[in-house]
Design a protein around this ligand. Structure first.
Ligand code: SAJ
Length: 421
């Protein structure tokens, strides 16, 4: 059993802290944001991750988990703070540095520090080690340090945090072994032992793989529009090949990982990263393509109004960070269209989220951007009653064309090539 401080209580830190606490460790969750701490103490974190609330209640009640804005002495410190990119598209390490400074104030001989936050190659051994050594202790000799990048998929965190294989890269063998022993307390997947640098690049390679493949899917969807074939049939057919796994096209790539992490690799070696950078640009261009489709569809309307369904960065999550919807709104405004946004999950958003009915009111076109499960039950009758126009643009495969066309709507589906037929 270890005394653990988990620093950063976001979508990775909180579930990680709860898992350690559920598996016999004494855990103190630390977050510099008082409202985050208060919400967790009340058992109402701003996170709709399935199973989180019941597991959290249990460890708060049995005393295995406490939450605070300040760190304490411990045997293990886990860093799970955000690592965004700046406007220069270079990694911003402010939160990690702050966490390391806090740890440096509390660390003692024999402790283990684990980093779960995504970092650029070389960050663990160079920058993080230096900040921790402000404690007066020496990395390797006095304390251990390992990189164990998180791999959980929002929406499926509590299955993946247990079952996924993990990469554990220490600054030396002792650090790796100590981290492996700790994660073994709840991880049933394989624990792959390596060095810190390999682990850093492996983590970035995972998310970059996804970004590049989504860019390929988006390129194929745009090409399908041009040549007049249906990308959704193309995907179904091509993915029947045993070695093909084409991803899904969409309005862009959001979240705080996939649109961000490729820049960590690009900034480490721009010359070798031409494909990665081009993929970023393709995915960032998607909102503009969707906005143009919508503007073309209602070009004859004066003072056109758009209702956007979906502000979250992906289906069935409350998180709207880097949401493609934000960029889509900016592009629609460039076409002189006004926009209202509705989302059953998201509360914090600019512009303010409105109810579905309020968004539909007097709209000329609806763009369904995110395939939330609720949207599969949408009724054309409700739309017809409230809207001014009769155009639906589905960027997902949520809605049934026949149902909407039968109700008198012009139905457009991104990538189905119909506009060229
Ligand atoms: N998206 C597509 N097409 C696809 C898949 C996703 O357009 O085929 C879009 C989504 O709509 C969303 C964005 O990409 O806007 C990212 O969604 P996601 O589900 O691919 O990934 P995240 O950001 O929720 O989580 C990823 C995961 N990484 C991988 O799958 C390689 C997760 O395992 C990581 O832990 C997480 O990033 C992270 O924190 O790094």
């Amino acid at each position: 059993m270890s005394n653990i401080n988990v620093i950063g209580l976001g979508y990775v830190g909180l579930p990680t802290a709860v898992m350690f606490a559920s598996n016999g460790h004494n855990v103190r969750g630390v977050d510099s944001n008082l409202s985050v701490v208060t919400a967790i103490q009340r058992g109402t974190p701003d996170n709709n991750e399935p199973h989180l609330n019941e597991l959290l209640q249990k460890v708060l009640q049995n005393g295995q988990f406490t939450v605070s804005t300040s760190a304490s002495t411990a045997n293990v410190f886990v860093i799970a703070v955000p690592t965004p990119i700046g406007s220069n598209r270079k990694p911003k390490l402010d939160a990690v540095s702050e966490a390391c400074q806090t740890i440096a104030e509390h660390i003692t001989k024999g402790d283990l520090v684990i980093v779960e936050s995504t970092v650029a190659p070389g960050t663990i051994r160079n920058e993080i080690t230096l900040t921790l050594e402000q404690s007066g202790l020496a990395a390797g000799n006095d304390f251990s340090l390992a990189y164990c990048p998180e791999r959980v998929l929002p929406g499926n965190v509590f299955k993946e945090i247990v079952e996924n294989d993990r990469i554990i890269g220490g600054i030396d063998d002792k650090s790796t072994q100590q981290a492996v022993a700790l994660y073994r307390s709840f991880v049933t997947g394989e624990l792959y032992e390596t060095d810190a640098e390999t682990a850093e690049v492996a983590k970035l390679a995972e998310n970059t793989y996804r970004d590049v493949n989504i860019a390929l899917a988006n390129s194929l969807a745009n090409l399908s529009e041009t040549v007049g074939v249906d990308i959704w049939s193309v995907l179904e057919m091509a993915n029947r090949h045993p070695r093909v796994n084409l991803h899904t096209p969409g309005a862009g790539v959001g979240g705080h990982c996939i649109p961000v992490d490729p820049w960590f690799l690009i900034s480490a070696d721009p010359e070798s990263s031409a494909l990665i950078e081009a993929s970023r640009e393709i995915n960032d261009g998607q909102p503009g393509i969707v906005a143009r489709m919508a503007a073309d569809a209602i070009h004859e309307v004066k003072d056109g109004r758009v209702a956007i369904l979906g502000a979250a960065y992906k289906p069935n999550v409350t998180d709207a960070r880097e949401s493609p919807t934000t960029k889509l709104i900016a592009r629609l405004i460039e076409h002189d269209l006004s926009v209202a946004v509705s989302d059953p999950y998201v509360t914090n958003f600019i512009p303010k989220i409105v109810s579905l009915d309020a968004a539909l009111c007097e709209a000329d076109i609806v763009i369904l951007v995110v395939g939330h499960s609720e949207y599969s039950h949408l009724e054309p009758g409700r739309f017809a009653k409230l809207m001014r126009g009769r155009v639906i643009l589905d960027i997902t495969t949520t809605l049934n064309r026949a149902v909407w066309e039968k109700s008198g709507f012009t139905f457009l589906r991104y990538g189905d090539g119909q506009s060229k037929r």
